[in-house]
Design a protein around this ligand. Structure first.
Ligand SMILES: *Cc1c(COP(=O)(O)O)cnc(C)c1O
Length: 371
């Protein structure tokens, strides 16, 4: 059994994907060509933003977003303590300082009270300028944007949505990728909308920011490529990935529906013995990962071992909160305990999940998880 069955998806979409890749090879138009443009238009339309600007990967998407808003030295960027390092790493690279906030113990997304405490702590200390919040739709579950936006407005902060795990998900009828001031995503193969290599995108409704992003992703180009107006980076999506993503985008909504069915099946069968993902009734999760925790205190290493013996893979997602990573050991925590993020990192385990997980495998997983 596979943790995320990319083979099964390829088998299902092979006819379309192979044909589209062949067309790219015949056209010999490889970088930022008409397929990238078509994909950007369809993707923007899909999430409900004016612009989708593609780039080389999800980390670069975040870097470009931070760069477009001029985040840098002396700026504090508020980030949930439970995420992938790429949410905050590009801000650090630009000289900004990460400020970690605890997660909510139900949604596993950034905790609003902890966020506001940290903003006040930074203000009180007076060394850094509170500048941005990066909210993460953790494991595909949208963060609480109504409340985060209130905080962002109250303290005049930029709100970035890291939607790397939440393509196809939605919050109060709005698609992930359309929340906050600017959103970013990743097309890493195992993400809900995955390419066959690296890829990413930034979403915005702001004409000026869109222009900046289009320049920054091609070395700060101006009117043309050799008339540079800013220090940028090289971060482009290629035509083969765009061709694959165009096919997969066409199937995303039906996959998201199947993901809901599988999640419901897990819920029905596992919720007596496990704490299962909590999704608000106004949200739809993409279930980029399906994470569980034993209710009776069985530790996750034992669960992993028990499943491995039956050929069922699991992963620790993620095994460390940000504040515990060696690279961040000198980051000021302002006395926040970050206990929910820590507990989450020690107790949760992700079980196989994808739109192509067949009923037989679902049954096996449920059977061996139930004692
Ligand atoms: C995957 C991921 C990224 C980075 O995407 P890449 O395409 O791997 O660079 C950023 N943030 C989160 C939350 C992610 O899961």
């Amino acid at each position: 059994m596979k943790f995320i069955d990319l083979n099964a998806q390829y088998e299902a979409l092979k006819g379309e994907i192979d044909e589209e890749i062949k067309k790219v090879l015949t056209s010999c138009d490889f970088i930022l060509g008409h397929r990238v443009q078509e994909f950007e238009e369809k993707l923007a339309n899909y999430v409900g933003r004016k612009y989708a600007i593609t780039c080389s990967d999800g980390t670069a998407a975040l870097q470009l977003a931070y760069m477009a808003y001029g985040i840098g030295i002396g700026d504090a960027v508020f980030c949930p303590d439970m995420t992938f390092i790429a949410s905050i790493e590009p801000a650090c690279l630009l000289g900004a300082t990460p400020v970690f906030c605890d997660i909510n113990d139900k949604s596993y997304n950034i905790d609003i009270e902890s966020l506001e405490r940290q903003i006040k702590n930074v203000q009180k200390e007076g060394k850094l300028k509170p500048k941005a919040i990066v909210a993460v739709d953790f494991v595909g579950n949208p963060a609480d944007y109504d409340r985060i936006e209130q905080i962002a407005q109250k303290y005049n902060l930029l709100l970035i949505e890291d939607a790397a795990q939440s393509m196809g998900a939605s919050y109060k009828g709005k698609k992930c990728g359309s929340l906050g001031d600017v959103s970013t995503t990743s097309f890493f193969p195992s993400k809900p909308l995955g390419a066959y290599g690296d890829g990413g995108a930034i979403f915005t409704d702001d004409d000026r920011i869109a222009d900046k992003l289009k320049s920054l992703r091609v070395h700060g180009k101006g009117e043309d490529k050799y008339h540079n107006i800013a220090i940028g980076i090289n971060s482009r999506l290629d035509e083969i990935q765009a061709a694959i993503l165009l096919v997969k985008l066409g199937h995303l909504d039906e996959e998201i529906e199947i993901r809901q069915d599988i999640a419901n099946y897990y819920k029905e069968n596992l919720s007596d013995e496990y704490i299962i993902p909590y999704i608000e009734e106004y949200s739809i999760s993409s279930f980029a990962q399906y994470v569980i925790k034993s209710k009776v205190g069985e530790n996750r290493e034992d669960i992993a071992k028990r499943l491995k013996e039956k050929g069922i893979p699991t992963i620790m997602y993620y095994p460390e909160p940000m504040h515990n990573l060696p690279v961040f050991k000198s980051v000021n925590l302002y006395g926040e305990s970050l206990a929910n993020a820590y507990d989450y990192s020690r107790e949760h385990i992700a079980i196989p999940f994808s739109a192509y997980l067949n009923k037989e495998d679902q049954n096996l997983i449920v059977e061996f998880l139930k004692k």
